[in-house]
Design a protein around this ligand. Sequence first.
Ligand code: AMP
Length: 188
Amino acid sequence: MINLVFFGPPGSGKGTQSELLQEAFNIIQISTGEILRHEIALKTPLGKEVEDIISRGDLVSDPLVAEVLKKALAEKMSQGNGFIFDGFPRNENQAKILEEILTSLNLELSLVINLKVKEEELIKRLLIRGEIEKRSDDNPETIKNRLKIYETESGSVINFYKNKLFELSGEGSPDEIFNRLSDTINKL
Ligand code: AMP
């Protein structure tokens, strides 16, 4: 069983790499952002509650997103060889919440991957994605806010995980990055 946290700024490729890993290693991806976007598309009460927050690029409250995570875990338990947490935790409190949830399920994190990409490249990628996917939060104003929040919160999360942290350059082609990642995971 392998349980991974994918950490990194918006646009670093967490989602892309999580999907590739899910396919190759049968580890189940849980993307809190994707779940929330799905709720918005379905116009559920949760979707309506988070729609404006996500459009502004702010973070959804910790208790709300923790509930989303718990529900996804319960649904996907025993479907694969472990979990990839993509986009959770986003701050130190969420990292503590994740520890509690995993402990209660008798699970343990194997590795925290920190994907590093320089800001100029992130902005470029997010603007291109905004045009293609029409995401409400991939526009210049919102991108600035999301990157600022990442800057503010990332240090404490990285410090929280310092014993499990694996830093990886997220620059280059998705295949190149995936090969580097697979080497690391194969060594676990
Ligand atoms: P993402 O797809 O991971 O970039 O997430 C898109 C948006 O969903 C974020 O900008 C937040 O508004 C919200 N979101 C996703 N995951 C979290 C989280 N762990 N905590 C708070 N908000 C989140």
